[in-house]
Design a protein around this ligand. Structure first.
Ligand code: F6P
Length: 475
């Protein structure tokens, strides 16, 4: 059998009938990257099960083999809700104040990584290439190496990497963040994330041996920045077609003459939803001429609801919205429409195209694919305006957006006014280079560049030939 690409991630976009609305950014990106490759995707089924947990279930769909396992209640609590989302998520998003570390959770995190390694070890063949995704599975390469696996193993972090001083607040960080040095290649969203990690490992004794490659305890690890992207051309087509759908017509009609300002985010404290709503409040206060003429549509699927910070933010957002709608609303106009559900990719593409302005204002974000999808969905003749936080990874690429600091309420309110008043010529001039960039730097290129660099870390002749056969001339 030729070499396969094995993707490993906590969340897997398992094909389901009926089809579920859009999974998170990581799963959508990985799915798109796998589209033109045959491969295997291993991870958590998304189900908690105390009886037959960890029994792999195999699903074959469109050249991809999905292998998923359930988790026990304890594993789910300690590994997923615990160390991954109560500790690593806040720390890597620079929110040290929110981390809730416990030794039990840290032990559960390592235990589930060992469970993944045991199950994977039964599947892996010697010439497979393994690509691990995200913060849930940092120690996986170390575990696989301990089981004797010599395969090329790459890791990609979809969320930000904080500077060393912040990483050091994680108790026993060397067992988790430090274990990333067991990969052949570690990829990040931006140069800044990559440099933070490189700084962390050099502080811990790693030695640079050549460009982007470090030696750690006799191993070599390469680091790189590979900004994740979207299927730009496919998404643009989808938006063009869905603009004519009955659903989009209904939304359009419901707006009457109001301009549409859009926010789409998982309900997460890192997304800056409260800052954004406060800025909209300030905007309505300082620009009374826009009252009854603009609607903010905030689409916010709930997430990780068992974690206190997430239920707290839910309450805070609801209270703030109620206050603003109560203060400025009219019988005939609701300033903010707030929706806690997700929409299909097609429906969302249509709404993006309908919107005059997108507010993408995270306090910290790895990339933020909403920003990229919004640009791809625009009508080139009459594009909307993107307001983008300087703290989203996407800001490094989408520099023609109106870049804002989400902490400055007046600044965001002023930028929103500017966006709504922006002449067509300027809107086109800003949109065109961003769209061109996204057409060039699409999801396919992301996967090819990462896999090509992963192949480069192993210059063994036979292996390189195998990788070339699998991934084409890019390698
Ligand atoms: O990488 C972070 C991420 O995977 C996002 O891509 C996605 O939106 C989110 O986390 C999903 O989180 P969860 O798997 O906890 O629902």
């Amino acid at each position: 059998m030729g070499s396969r690409l094995i993707i490993v991630s906590n969340r897997v976009a398992v094909p389901e009938t009926p089809r579920k609305p859009q999974a998170g950014g990581m799963a959508v990106a990985v799915k798109a990257a796998l589209k033109n490759r045959s491969g295997l995707w291993f991870g958590w089924s998304g189900k908690v099960n105390d009886e037959t947990q960890a029994e792999p279930r195999v699903i074959q769909h469109n050249r991809i083999t999905y292998v998923v396992i359930d988790l026990s209640t304890t594993d789910y609590q300690e590994y997923y809700n615990g160390l991954a989302n109560r500790v690593l998520w806040p720390i890597l998003h620079y929110r040290v104040d929110l981390q809730e570390y416990s030794r039990a959770d840290a032990t559960g995190y390592i235990r589930v990584n060992r469970l993944f390694a045991d199950r994977l070890n039964e599947i892996i063949e010697d010439d497979d290439v393994i690509w691990v995704h995200d913060y849930h599975l940092m120690p996986l390469a170390k575990e696989l190496r301990q089981r004797g696996r010599q395969n090329p193993i790459g890791f990609y972090l979809h969320i930000p990497c904080a500077p060393p001083d912040i990483l050091l607040t994680l108790p026993h960080h060397e067992d988790i963040i430090g274990s990333l040095t067991h990969y052949d290649l570690v990829g990040f969203q931006t140069d800044n994330d990559r440099d933070n990690f490189a700084h962390y490992i050099t502080m811990r004794g790693a030695r640079p041996v050549r460009a982007a490659t470090y030696s750690v305890d006799g191993r070599q690890v390469r680091v790189g920045a590979y900004p994740v992207s979207i299927e730009t051309a496919v998404y643009a087509r989808l938006a063009r077609n869905s603009a004519r759908s009955p659903f989009v017509s209904e939304v359009k009609n419901s707006l009457g003459d109001c301009r549409l300002v859009l926010g789409v985010d998982r309900l997460d404290y890192s997304k800056g939803i409260l800052n954004r709503i406060n800025a909209f409040d300030r905007f309505l206060e300082t620009h009374p001429e826009w009252r009854s003429k603009v609607t903010l549509l905030q689409i916010t699927p709930k997430s990780r609801g068992e974690i206190k910070e997430y239920s707290d933010i839910e309450g805070e957002v609801t209270r703030l919205l109620g206050r603003i709608n109560g203060r400025f609303g009219e019988a005939s106009w609701t300033p903010i429409r707030y929706i806690n559900r997700s929409y299909s990719r097609t429906a969302l593409a249509g709404i993006y195209r309908l919107a005059d302005v997108a507010l993408v204002t995270p306090l910290r974000d790895g990339m933020n694919l909403v920003a990229k999808e919004f640009i791809a969905a625009q009508d080139p003749e009459n594009p909307g305006v993107l307001l983008l936080s300087q703290f989203a990874g996407a800001a490094a690429e989408l520099d023609q957006a109106l870049l804002i600091n989400p902490h400055e309420t007046e600044g965001v309110a002023a930028a929103l006014n500017r966006a709504l008043e922006m002449p067509l010529e300027e809107r086109r001039a800003r949109y065109a280079p961003m769209m061109e960039h996204l057409l060039q730097h699409n999801i396919e290129r992301w996967a090819k560049e990462f896999l090509s660099d992963l192949a480069d870390t192993r210059q063994r002749p036979g292996l390189l030939e195998g990788l070339r056969a699998l991934f084409g001339t890019y390698i």
